[in-house]
Ligand binder design. Structure first.
Ligand code: CIZ
Ligand code: SF4
Length: 319
């Protein structure tokens, strides 16, 4: 619509005026992703978002995603201004892993190396030895186990169990989960697969074990996007946030994408698997924070310095 076009133009102007760059997660709405692409920013998973933010010369970063993503950018770029369209955009993994409880949990297992998923607060990261994203979790855990280290993992239990099955490494798990991925239903997925026997099944490892067990490809958002291009299949059933369809369609417009069911009866649905916090990122909010300078992410410098250590370990390991 004309209104939306005007808003997009306004945001482009504001980004230029502020010398700001827009970084958007694959799960944000298509309009935001497209704007990030068009304006020289990036659309990525949380690891690539952090890397891009660290390498880009812009002094203002606008992070469209959820709070831990903005925090990670701020931790790696403490001298830069980091804005987010909505500071209330959080994540169930982060919310259900408060620092006091997590720190007690770690204290009860003092001989364990603490490895946390990127979906955590700056405080939890600062309490940890390693931060990993889903794309790099398996090699990091294998590396640590090979050195004889005992591992405490948090906060996603499904990803934790997947890592255990893949690596054979036993870990102590924090009982967290993602409200989006834990909704995928294994039986309904089986039915859908029967109706689409040629479809390849792509699953993010935050999903329940019985859903992961049906996957042709299990991986990070980046890995799932690559799979749509790489595999010869015409049809795909995708078990992750439906925001990811935007990039998949751009890169492989000829493929047919079906959302994995989050309800019974084998219903497919393109929009049911949506993270409520990712959805708080809108063009309107983005324009508003660019205009007002509200939405600034703050991480105390001493906390940022401590949280940077386990993140930097991951970035160095990934090289
Ligand atoms: O579910 C999420 O929040 C993911 C997949 C984040 C990420 O690592 O990009
Ligand atoms: Fe957190 Fe799940 Fe939303 Fe990702 S999709 S931000 S893991 S609640």
């Amino acid at each position: 619509t004309a209104e939306k076009e005007a808003l997009r133009e306004r945001i482009k102007e504001l980004l230029q005026q502020r010398n700001a760059v827009l970084v958007a997660h694959y799960y944000t709405e298509s309009d935001l992703q497209d704007l990030a692409d068009e304006t020289g920013g990036c659309v990525a998973d949380s690891l690539e978002m952090a890397r891009f933010a660290a390498e880009h010369p812009a002094q203002t970063l606008v992070v469209a995603g959820v709070r831990f993503m903005g925090e990670t950018s701020k931790i790696l770029n403490n001298e830069k201004l980091v804005l987010m369209p909505d500071l209330m955009a959080t994540c169930s993994l982060d919310e259900n892993c408060p620092i006091e409880l997590f720190s007690d949990f770690c204290d009860r297992h003092p001989d364990h190396t603490v490895v946390v998923y990127a979906n955590t607060s700056a405080e939890v990261k600062a309490r940890s030895d390693w931060v990993v994203t889903s794309g790099i979790a398996l090699p990091v855990i294998r590396h640590l186990a090979a050195q004889g280290e005992k591992i405490l993992w948090g906060p996603d239990q499904h990803l934790g169990r997947y890592i255990q099955r893949q690596t054979g490494v036993e870990m102590i798990l924090w009982p967290g989960s993602c409200v989006v991925h834990e909704e995928f239903k294994a039986e309904a997925l089986e039915e859908l697969r029967q109706r689409h026997p040629e479809a390849a099944v792509l699953v993010h490892p935050e999903s329940p074990e019985e859903v992961v067990a049906q996957a042709d490809v299990v991986g990070s958002t980046t890995a799932l996007i690559q799979a749509v291009r790489r595999l010869p299949n015409k049809e795909f059933i995708v078990a992750t946030d439906a925001g990811i369809f935007n990039k998949m369609r751009q890169l492989a417009p000829e493929k047919i994408l079906l959302g994995a069911p989050t309800a019974g009866e084998g219903a497919t649905c393109e929009s049911c698997a949506r993270c409520p916090w990712m959805e708080m990122n809108t063009l309107e909010r983005l324009a508003y924070v660019l205009e007002t300078g509200e939405g600034e992410i703050k991480v105390a410098p001493d906390l940022a310095a401590r949280a940077r250590i386990p993140i930097q370990r991951m970035l160095d390991f990934a090289k």
